[in-house]
Design a protein around this ligand. Structure first.
Ligand code: GDP
Ligand code: MG
Length: 227
């Protein structure tokens, strides 16, 4: 790259998962650019951002993938893309991260089925592409939304069904700045994390609390396993 000269020893893919509106995109914005926005737009499709950091004198590029909570909807977006490009023939999908570059976002909106089973197969294809090669995951819930915590076992199941066996997982209770609206106790989450062998932290993307710590912990652990 022109003038870059940046030497990268490792690239680690980390995925963000969890219900919609728990703060995944803001956690990423805080980590990648040290930014935060109160009126963040819902993520459409899949995107990733990178940040390079030094771990044990090595340069580690973290490639953090972010998605909308409704992965079904993403599958549908890809289906529409597929149909727009290839017509209605019903070929198999070839979905990988390069799809990120093709501007499928213009196909947002209601997903009509292009052919029977399209949505289901789009969902599966996108889900596996999202998790493929991921070495770490931040499993995010909102401490003020009980439901987002109650859904964590499902997210965990999907993650374990698709990702690398050694994936490093951090359970993240976000929005710790909203203590007066808390609906999930720290103890409950800690207990769940211990039972499931997950790291656990409460974060605030708004106040920049523990965001750095969460990523550092996951990346350092990945580094220990893969270096
Ligand atoms: P996503 O759907 O999981 O990506 O959630 P977003 O990152 O889009 O955030 C959803 C909403 O929660 C937005 O209005 C954010 O500004 C807000 N939000 C995200 N993180 C925090 C946080 O740490 N504290 C507070 N108070 N609000 C947050
Ligand atoms: Mg988002």
């Amino acid at each position: 790259m022109a003038g870059g000269g940046e030497k990268v020893d490792y690239v680690f893919k980390v995925v963000l998962i969890g219900d919609s509106a728990v703060g995944k995109s803001q956690i990423l914005a805080r980590f990648a650019r040290n930014e935060f926005s109160l009126d963040s737009k819902a993520t459409i499709g899949v995107e990733f951002q990178t940040r390079t950091l030094v771990i044990d004198h090595k340069s580690v590029k973290a490639q953090i993938w972010d998605t909308a909570g409704q992965e079904r909807q993403i599958g549908a977006l890809f289906v529409r893309f597929h149909c727009a490009v290839h017509g209605f023939a019903g070929q198999d999908f070839l979905v990988d991260h390069r799809l990120k570059l093709v501007g499928f976002e213009t196909y947002s909106g209601d997903a009509t089925l292009c052919y029977p089973g399209a949505q289901a197969s789009g969902y599966r294809a996108v889900t596996s592409a999202y998790y493929r090669g991921a070495l770490g995951a931040l499993l995010v819930y909102d401490i003020t939304k009980r439901q987002s915590f109650d859904h964590i076992p499902r997210w965990l199941e999907e993650l374990r069904g698709h990702a690398d066996k050694n994936i490093v997982i951090m359970l993240v209770g976000n929005k710790s700045d909203l203590e007066e609206e808390r609906a999930v106790s720290t103890e409950d989450a800690k207990e769940f994390a211990e039972k499931e062998n997950l790291f656990f932290l409460e974060t605030s993307a708004l106040q920049a609390t523990n965001v750095e710590n969460a990523f550092q912990t996951v990346l350092t652990e990945i580094f220990k396993i893969h270096s």
